[in-house]
Ligand binder design. Structure first.
Ligand code: SF4
Length: 70
């Protein structure tokens, strides 16, 4: 699967640092600590089980506004 571009869905960014201005972002949140994270596939990217990310890989260090703690 291709790597998600920034803005793919839910204000996704590949680098959580770029979400610092987002109203829902809290320091330290990143995809690899999210309940939707399914583990790394390659090069720091992995699968996200949220349906809006079904056809892409997301960055372990990324973030989106449906982040939920694992
Ligand atoms: Fe990352 Fe979680 Fe959003 Fe998926 S739902 S893109 S793992 S923050």
């Amino acid at each position: 699967a291709p790597q998600a571009d920034d803005g793919h869905a839910h204000d996704y960014v590949g680098d959580a640092a770029d979400a610092e201005d987002h109203a829902r972002y809290q320091a330290g949140q990143q995809c690899q600590d999210c309940r939707f994270w399914e583990g790394e596939v390659e090069g720091g990217y992995g699968e996200c089980s949220h349906p809006d990310f079904a056809d892409v890989l997301v960055s372990a260090d990324g973030w989106c506004d449906v982040f939920a703690p694992a």
